[in-house]
Design a protein around this ligand. Structure first.
Ligand code: 3EB
Length: 322
């Protein structure tokens, strides 16, 4: 996984080893392509627009299913993406249920039954009061679409709010032929065990995923924020939230190293991060803290986005390998 200049999009899509490319940019100014490996995500990057590129070691095949699902696969891994119009499914809960049911039925058909990692991007994630909040409704629909799944097999995930006003649920994922190992964070209550106060349906995700032994995939880190136990900490202080987030990420890397000692203890040249910041005005402050905290080899992008709890000001996901 890497970041690249948008001008390179045609060259990247001409490369048969490219599994997926993401253009992060709100509005309609993103470079166009109808290649199924390309997805425009309506999140606003800070600074120059960037592409995110997933490269494969094998040759990639790709296509679009009759139901609109875009896919690319290389014999070991499958990328897939869905963009579901909320209005056609009665709202965000219906759209989430539909997407998860659709993708779960597609995975075995494509021969990649094991979901490793999934990203969920939806507009106005904290709009609505109490249990009507759109994130809570998304959690309800997701759980319905997943059906009767063993929580110990849930994928790593991100669920983040776009600010583009487009009521289309964007879901994309990485699935594999072989199952990975989901990891939990010793500092945090498992999300699927969150108590009722956060909504009628606890969120369905694992804190991180390690691919099957022998895979070249890095550790896949879920969206991680200033949550300890199940509570938000430092609600008024972005920098302390960032510190707590890094403490959570460190704990996850520690958990992964117990299974894979070759994994570096610290973020470095094999780490890529996406940093989601709620208030655009705080991005310079966050960038300053990131440059203090991270060695220069770590590539990251900063996105202006809404985190799924009102009191969370920052969230980070990414990958970490050798
Ligand atoms: C948290 O720790 C922060 O609902 O898929 C992070 C990653 C969060 C994924 C999801 C939510 C999700 O609860 C929020």
């Amino acid at each position: 996984m890497d970041y690249a200049d948008p001008a390179r999009l045609p060259a990247l899509l001409a490369d048969p080893h490219v599994l997926a490319v993401f253009g992060f940019r709100a509005g309609d100014a993103a470079p166009p392509s109808d290649d199924p490996r390309y997805l425009q995500v309506g999140l606003q990057p800070d600074g120059e627009p960037q592409l995110e590129v997933w490269r494969s070691t094998g040759a990639v095949q790709c296509g679009r299913d009759a139901d609109g699902l875009a896919w690319a696969s290389d014999g070991a891994l499958m990328f897939g993406a869905l963009q579901i119009d909320e209005a056609r499914h009665g709202g965000i809960a219906g759209a989430a249920e539909h997407s998860y049911a659709q993708l779960l039925s597609a995975l075995p058909r494509h021969g990649y039954p094991h979901l490793l990692r999934i990203w969920n991007y939806l507009d106005a994630i904290i709009e609505g009061e109490g249990d009507d909040e759109r994130y809570r409704q998304f959690c309800i629909g997701r759980a319905r679409g997943l059906g009767d799944v063993d929580p110990g097999t849930l994928p790593a995930a991100t669920a983040i709010g776009r600010l583009d006003g487009v009521r289309v649920l964007q879901v994309y994922w990485l699935a594999a032929r072989a199952p990975g190992t989901p990891l939990e964070n010793p500092r945090q209550v498992s999300a699927w065990r969150y108590p009722r106060q956060y909504g009628p349906q606890s969120p369905s995700f694992a804190r991180a995923m390690l691919a099957a032994p022998g895979s070249t995939l890095p550790l896949l880190l879920s969206g991680t924020a200033s949550v300890v136990g199940h509570a938000t900490l430092h609600g008024e202080d972005t920098l302390r939230q960032l510190e707590e987030t890094f403490a959570n990420l460190d704990a996850l890397v520690g958990t992964a190293r117990a299974r894979l000692p070759a994994l570096p203890a610290r973020f470095g040249a094999g780490s890529r991060l996406k940093v989601y910041v709620r208030d655009a005005a705080e991005i310079p402050l966050v960038r300053q803290a990131l440059s203090r905290h991270l060695p220069p080899e770590v590539a990251y992008i900063v996105l202006h986005a809404a985190v799924c709890r009102r009191d969370l000001r920052v969230e980070i996901d990414g990958v970490h390998g050798a």
